[in-house]
Design a protein. Structure first.
Length: 358
């Protein structure tokens, strides 16, 4: 049976994927997931090449946003994120995606779900996967979404119009606490780690503890099978400690190697998501890493370089840097996160109908 579903294809931040209205998809979760896998890969059996679907053969381009008017009185839109696991015929819905979030309000404006103002339009978006709220501001001069602009984000060629994302209530969004193990440092397989969740569960480790300098190229790290195996073993143990249970079939927690900054930032990173090395760093992963930098006894101690009481944290990654604006206060040894702000961009690539066979 062949079915057609209306969609829009957006580039959001350094990711891209398909955007659907919730009402256009099956209510049954299993059937919905079959539709989404078929849309991205062309088959529900999974095809890592994705030649019969709309995916791009990368985890960064195998993403889906499901959008609807919000059922929450605190938000305008509900955003449910689905990550298609390449070639596996499976999806993951435990985490959200900050890059794809950048396209949610433009998508809603394009469809008339949210009425545009001028010169900007704002909306509060409920991230259904984790329960957090994000206030998003889009440039809409003359009551239309403006995609062109001068804002540059590393990891994306060219410039676009800025989209401001202020994350609220993201502390412990997935794991239930900022430090889900209740420790600033946990030792796993003789490697010291900080397990943290400020919107994205991340396990942070020193690159030097693996015999690395932390500035290795992506291809170098990808070829290091023993390194990837050890990191995966740590990830499975950390998942249990972070109240996530068995994460062997999940894409969280993300794994992050850190080193001293070399580009004037706060810290240098190599992110595993979780089995391949990220070309940059995810939005909420960057927020969690930045948050670890202000914790007094985390793994970042003696590695980070930043000005005391600064709210801007430049997180270095293979493609450049990602700046996070943390609004926070301290009470003795406790850190209270008020909001986490980032700037993203988005572009509407195409819209139409995707035909799938079920």
């Amino acid at each position: 049976m062949t079915v057609s579903i209306p969609y829009m294809h957006f580039r959001g931040g350094s990711s891209k994927g398909l955007f659907f209205l919730k009402k256009d998809l099956p209510e049954d979760e299993n059937l919905r997931n079959q539709y989404l896998i078929a849309a991205i890969e062309g088959t529900t059996q999974g095809d890592s090449r994705q030649i019969d679907g709309l995916g791009g053969g990368s985890s960064l381009s195998s993403k889906i946003a499901i959008v609807s008017p919000s059922t929450s009185p605190e938000a305008d839109l509900d955003y449910f994120f689905v990550q298609v696991q390449i070639g596996k015929g499976k999806v993951s819905t435990l985490q959200t995606c900050g890059n794809m979030l950048a396209g949610v309000l433009p998508f809603a404006i394009e469809l008339g779900i949210i009425k545009a103002n001028s010169p900007t339009t704002s909306a509060r978006i409920n991230m259904v996967n984790t329960g957090g709220i994000c206030e998003v501001i889009v440039q809409t001069p003359s009551y239309q979404v403006q995609y062109e602009g001068d804002t540059k984000i590393d990891g994306v060629l060219g410039t676009s119009s800025p989209i401001i994302c202020n994350y609220l209530e993201t502390v412990g969004a997935t794991c239930g606490a900022l430090l889900p193990t209740r420790n600033s440092i946990d030792t796993i397989l003789d490697i010291e780690t900080t397990c943290i969740d400020n919107g994205m569960p991340v396990v942070i480790m020193r690159a030097s503890d693996f015999g690395l300098n932390g500035y290795e190229s992506i291809s170098e790290l990808e070829k290091n099978e023993s390194l990837k195996q050890k990191i995966e073993t740590i990830r499975l143990i950390a998942g249990e400690k972070m109240q996530l249970g068995d994460v062997s079939q999940q894409t969280i927690p993300k794994m992050c190697l850190i080193a001293p900054p070399i580009q004037g930032g706060v810290v240098h990173t190599r992110m595993f998501i979780p089995h391949v090395v990220h070309e940059a760093i995810g939005v909420l992963a960057a927020v969690s890493v930045a948050t670890a930098c202000i914790l007094p006894e985390s793994i970042t101690k003696n590695i980070t370089h930043f000005t005391e009481n600064s709210s801007f944290f430049s997180i270095e990654h293979p493609s450049g840097e990602f700046t996070v604006n943390l609004e926070y206060s301290t009470n003795n040894q406790d850190v209270i996160i008020k909001s986490s702000g980032v700037i993203r961009t988005a572009r509407l690539i195409s819209k139409g109908e995707v035909y799938i066979s079920i």
